[in-house]
Design a protein around this ligand. Structure first.
Ligand SMILES: Cc1cc2nc3c(=O)[nH]c(=O)nc-3n(C[C@H](O)[C@H](O)[C@H](O)COP(=O)(O)O)c2cc1C
Length: 183
């Protein structure tokens, strides 16, 4: 009996930690998962779609109106419904807040609302941003809604300071993804 290939949607948002998504994508593909990458517009300022598409062997999805060659499809629904897991690595303050509010102004936020698969996010941001009451409340709300978090750690941040908000390690993130696929 052959087992079905599990499908993961990997959302990438506009953080300096976006380059880490490339290694996570590589590791997931090596493990045999089919990974569809969805980048926000801002993510493209940090890592190129070409890098990620080369690693997963297919075009990446870039925003809600990404219709090149597939204008008849509705990726915000099909990707959401086919996914076994939706993971967002890294997750910015912006995407966390949009998710907490139920906004749906790009492909990734639409997928979040349309999927019933487990959702895991790996926040990454400056310490002050992460500890801001608004972000902490939005994180708490998402956790209450069932979103899983791979918590950021203390570490050196891109802005030069050291503190909470440093994205978790690639190994911890991949292990957390494997765990939600098993649960
Ligand atoms: C150099 C630079 C680094 C940034 N790093 C982060 C970050 O690590 N985390 C974060 O939440 N926002 C960060 N931002 C701000 C986001 O890019 C900005 O809020 C953006 O609108 C996020 O869009 P998105 O969530 O749709 O990808 C950074 C901005 C710049 C210019």
């Amino acid at each position: 009996m052959t087992t079905r290939q599990k499908k993961i949607v990997l959302g990438v948002t506009g953080s300096i930690a976006a380059y880490k998504s490339a290694d996570i994508l590589r590791r997931l593909c090596e493990k045999g998962f089919k990974v569809s990458v969805v980048m926000t517009k801002e993510a493209e300022c940090f890592i190129t779609p070409l890098t990620l598409s080369s690693l997963c062997g297919e075009e990446v999805y870039r925003g809600s109106f990404d219709s090149e060659g597939r204008s008849w499809q509705m990726p915000h629904i099909s990707l959401a419904q086919e996914a076994d897991a939706v993971v967002i690595v890294p997750a910015t303050a912006n995407i966390i807040s949009k998710m907490a509010l139920g906004l749906a102004d790009d492909l990734l936020t639409c997928i979040f609302l349309a999927t019933r698969a487990p959702v895991l996010i790996a926040p990454a941001m400056n310490t002050e941003m992460y500890s801001h009451k608004t972000i902490q409340e939005n994180c708490a709300k998402l956790k209450k809604l069932g979103v899983k978090f791979i918590e950021p750690v203390k570490g050196k941040l891109a802005c030069g300071t050291t503190g909470d908000g440093h994205i978790a390690s690639e190994t911890d993130i991949v292990n957390a993804i494997l765990k939600i696929l098993k649960d």
